[in-house]
Design a protein around this ligand. Structure first.
Ligand code: MG
Length: 282
């Protein structure tokens, strides 16, 4: 099942689709967070309302207002570790026997087609990070790795937009990752049962049509089961928690010389089986 949050007649609503083409509004679901907590649906319910083609519907982020900060993995693809260390050894180098966790504040997540603000007076090194987003489906505490798959509601695409100058200047990554508009997601959540576990999906990012990132989620250093198991040991991951699993190599700070985003650039994040998240820098 594919889960969407849409705007129709100025109101937000939850919609579902089995094929990504025909969407059905779910009149009984208040929002995506509630739908996740209820466990989602397996089939299109009879009271769902089919959206006619041509109706004025805008696809939003599947979770426009996350209930909590988004949990993130840092340096979780080997080739990205090399390029990040080259950009700033102080910020990104060193030994990492355990996964790096951080979080980002998301007051509002915008969806595909929306802009990403560039903050020209504050940010001189705006960068993209295409990532597989894991959505937790039920409260998780002390979850063994072999049981982790049961706790995954589904997957989406996250662009972990980053201001490299703020990320390195403040030592802690939180601020440079948390500016308003720095967490586009979408276009939908694809339910976990649509993929094998762990999902091994092509993941890529294009800037103005040029392929910058091209990898596979099978190359995660800390896999999804390990992430859920480690984090849930002592910390409840509530239903609706979003985990951004880290980005592959090919970000702007990894280029020689580094190349950052500017107003007018179009960033497209793609993950096989989920779709495309496209945003223009403004
Ligand atoms: Mg990231």
């Amino acid at each position: 099942m594919r889960y969407y949050t849409v705007e129709i007649n100025g109101r937000e609503a939850v919609a579902v689709s089995t094929d990504g083409k025909e969407l059905y509004l779910l009149p009984q679901a208040a929002d995506m967070n509630e739908l996740i907590r209820s466990g989602g649906i397996r089939t299109i319910p009879e009271d769902a309302v089919k959206l006619e083609s041509g109706s004025a519907v805008r696809i939003l982020s599947p979770i426009p207002r996350p209930a909590q900060d988004v949990l993130c993995l840092g340096i979780n693809y080997a080739a990205h570790a090399v390029e990040a260390d080259r950009f700033s050894s102080e910020a990104f180098g060193g030994e990492r026997p355990y996964p790096i966790f951080f979080s980002k504040r998301v007051n509002y997540s915008q969806g595909t087609g929306a802009g990403i603000p560039s903050y020209p007076d504050l940010v001189d090194s705006l960068d993209y990070e295409c990532e597989l987003g894991v959505i937790i489906g039920k409260d998780a505490k002390n979850v063994a790795r072999e049981d982790a798959a049961e706790y995954v509601f589904g997957y989406t695409i996250v662009n972990d937009v980053s201001a490299r100058n703020l990320q390195t200047r403040h030592k802690q990554w939180y601020f440079g990752k948390s500016l308003d508009g720095f967490t586009p997601m979408g276009p939908c959540i694809v339910s976990a049962d649509e993929f094998a576990f762990p999902p091994q999906l092509g993941i890529s990012c294009l800037v103005n049509g040029e392929v910058r990132q091209d990898s596979n989620t099978g190359y995660l250093i800390a896999g999804i089961a390990e992430i859920i198991s480690i984090l849930s040991e002592g910390m409840t991951l509530q239903a609706g928690t979003i985990i951004a699993t880290g980005t592959p190599s090919g970000v702007g700070m990894g280029m020689t010389p580094p190349s950052f985003l500017k107003a007018g650039d179009v960033v497209e994040c793609r993950i096989e089986g989920i779709g495309s998240l496209q945003n223009t820098i403004c």
